[in-house]
Design a protein around this ligand. Structure first.
Ligand SMILES: Nc1ncnc2c1ncn2[C@@H]1O[C@H](COP(=O)(O)OP(=O)(O)OP(=O)(O)O)[C@@H](O)[C@H]1O
Length: 312
C-alpha cells in the first residue's frame, strides 16, 4: 500500500465564531500502480486533503501514512515520495518548457537525470511546437502540459495531479491519459483530483466522491455507479427561450444544468423516451437529444443532490 488515510478531519475557522469542516473523517487507501480519482465540486475539500497528504497542513484528527510512515511524524516525507502538478498554472516566465522540465529533472534526479525521458514525454504529448518557446508566450493548455511534464519527469512513488487536463485540447488529452496510465506500469500510483467525472470514469481504477468534506462513496467506477448502473439516461439540449418542460412519468430522476436536461429511466422505457424526445424536438422545446447508459456523472449527481452518506 502506498497511501493510507485514516479518519482525517480538518477544521478551519470560518467567519465570526463559525467553523468550516473542510475534511470530515476521511478514510481511504491507495495501492501501488493504481489510479485513484478524487471527485468533488468546488469547495468539497479536495485541496485540503491533498495538502495534508503533502505535509503542508496538519490534520486535526486522523493519520496519513505514506509507504507505512506517518506524514504527521515526518512532514518532509512527502517530498521524497510524491510529485505534484498543482491546479494553478505553474509560472514558467522566460523559461521554455524544455528548460523548465529539464531543470526540475536535474534537481530531482541529480546525476541520474536521463534527458531521454524528457524527449519521450514531449513526443508522447506532441509538444514539439512549444518545447523551445518562452513559457509566458504559451497557451494555457501548453503550459498545463509543461506543468504535467515537470511533475512526472522524475515521478515519485505517488503522483498527484490536480485537474491535469484543464485547457488541454481533446487530442492531447488522450495522449495525456496514455502517459498517466504508462506511469502506473512501473508501480507508480496516481491521485487524480478533478471535477470532470466523465473523464475520470475512463481513466481511474478506483474513485472516491467527496462532498462537503465527506467521502460519500468509493470503489471502482462500476461499484460507484451502484444504483444507477442499470439505468439509461436521456440528455436534452433545451431551447434557449424554454421556461418549463413537462417531465414524463417514466422518468426516475431528472437534473438540469443550464440548458442541459438529464432524465434517467429504466432500459425498458427507451422506446417511449425516444418517442417523447422526438416530440419535444418537433415542438421546438429542445434542439437535440442523446441516449446513453448512465455514467458515473449520474451517480455523482444523485449522491451529491441527496447530500447523505451512502458508504465509506
Ligand atoms: N485556509 C483556509 N481557511 C478557511 N477556510 C478554508 C481554508 N482552506 C479551505 N477552506 C475552506 O474549506 C473548504 C474546502 O476547500 P478546498 O480548497 O479543500 O476545496 P476543493 O474541493 O479543493 O475546491 P476546488 O475544486 O474549488 O479547488 C471550502 O469551503 C474552503 O472555503
Amino acid at each position: 500500500m502506498i497511501l493510507d488515510v485514516q479518519g482525517v478531519t480538518k477544521v478551519f475557522p470560518g467567519p465570526g465564531k463559525s467553523k468550516k469542516i473542510a475534511n470530515d473523517n476521511i478514510t481511504f487507501t491507495i495501492n501501488e500502480g493504481e489510479i485513484f480519482g478524487l471527485l468533488g465540486q468546488n469547495g468539497a475539500g479536495k485541496t485540503t486533503l491533498v495538502n495534508q497528504i503533502l505535509g503542508l497542513l496538519t490534520p486535526d484528527r486522523g493519520d496519513i501514512q505514506l509507504l507505512g510512515k506517518s506524514v504527521l511524524q515526518s512532514p518532509t516525507l512527502a517530498r521524497s515520495i510524491c510529485s505534484v502538478q498543482p491546479q494553478s498554472q505553474v509560472p514558467l516566465g522566460f523559461l521554455t518548457p524544455k528548460q523548465a522540465v529539464s531543470l526540475i529533472g536535474k534537481m530531482r534526479a541529480g546525476k541520474k537525470y536521463d534527458p531521454k525521458r524528457l524527449d519521450m514525454l514531449f513526443e508522447a504529448l506532441d509538444m514539439g511546437e512549444w518545447e523551445n518557446k518562452e513559457g509566458q508566450k504559451l497557451s494555457g493548455g501548453a503550459r498545463r502540459l509543461a506543468a504535467f511534464c515537470m511533475a512526472v519527469i522524475v515521478p515519485g512513488k505517488l503522483v498527484i495531479l490536480d485537474e491535469p487536463t484543464n485547457d488541454v485540447d481533446p487530442v492531447r488529452r488522450r495522449y495525456l491519459w496514455q502517459v498517466i496510465r504508462d506511469l502506473t506500469n512501473d508501480g507508480t500510483s496516481v491521485i487524480l483530483v478533478t471535477h470532470n467525472v466523465v473523464e475520470a470514469e475512463r481513466a481511474v481504477d478506483r474513485v472516491a466522491i467527496i462532498n462537503e468534506g465527506k467521502i460519500l462513496t468509493q470503489g471502482t467506477p462500476t461499484e460507484v455507479k451502484g444504483s444507477v448502473s442499470n439505468q439509461m439516461r436521456l440528455e436534452l439540449s433545451l431551447a434557449k427561450e424554454l421556461k418549463e418542460i413537462d417531465i414524463p412519468n417514466w422518468a426516475l430522476s431528472t437534473h438540469q444544468n443550464g440548458s442541459r436536461l438529464f432524465i434517467s429511466m429504466d432500459p425498458s422505457e427507451v422506446p417511449a423516451a425516444i418517442e417523447w424526445a422526438k416530440v419535444q424536438v418537433d415542438k421546438g422545446q429542445c434542439i437535440d437529444y442523446s441516449l446513453s447508459p448512465s455514467t458515473i456523472e449520474d451517480a455523482y449527481i444523485e449522491l451529491t443532490s441527496k447530500k447523505e452518506v451512502v458508504s465509506s
